[in-house]
Ligand binder design. Structure first.
Ligand SMILES: [Zn+2]
Length: 129
């Protein structure tokens, strides 16, 4: 991942900035130009809640190449309070013991690192609440 991309995506990556449609109230994360529900192009910027529930999750046993995550780990789709969904790694848990509907909270953690002394990338993960 490039530094330029991290800068460009900083609002979304670090502040959970999302867009709420002014026409129908649907929340998009990341934001988009046209609402797929009502066709409106008017959005207001909101911050997503850091609390939510697991909608579904999958346990990853074989990590993608170049990643050094300890396996197994879980990736969940989380429905946040007040609207908005994020896909995030679930940290601080036994991935075999997660449940659909479980309460989680969004935290900021190191996601990856370029080599031992390389750039560290931070982003959001969720942990059991
Ligand atoms: Zn809409």
């Amino acid at each position: 991942m490039t530094v330029a991309r991290i800068w460009r995506e900083r609002g979304r990556r670090y502040r959970l900035e999302a867009a709420r449609c002014k026409g129908c109230g649907k929340v998009f994360f990341p934001g988009r130009l046209v609402c797929d529900k009502c066709g409106s192009r008017e959005f207001e910027e909101i911050r997503l809640s850091d609390k939510g529930k697991i909608l579904t999750y999958t346990v990853i046993r074989v990590p993608p190449p170049a990643h050094t995550y300890e396996t197994p780990y879980a990736v969940a789709i989380v429905e946040l309070e007040g609207g908005g969904r994020i896909t995030a790694m679930v940290a601080d848990c036994d991935p075999e013991k997660l449940e659909i509907g479980q309460n989680v909270r969004v935290v900021f953690r190191k996601i990856s690192q370029d080599g031992e002394k390389g750039i560290k990338f931070y982003g959001y993960k969720v942990v059991p609440a």
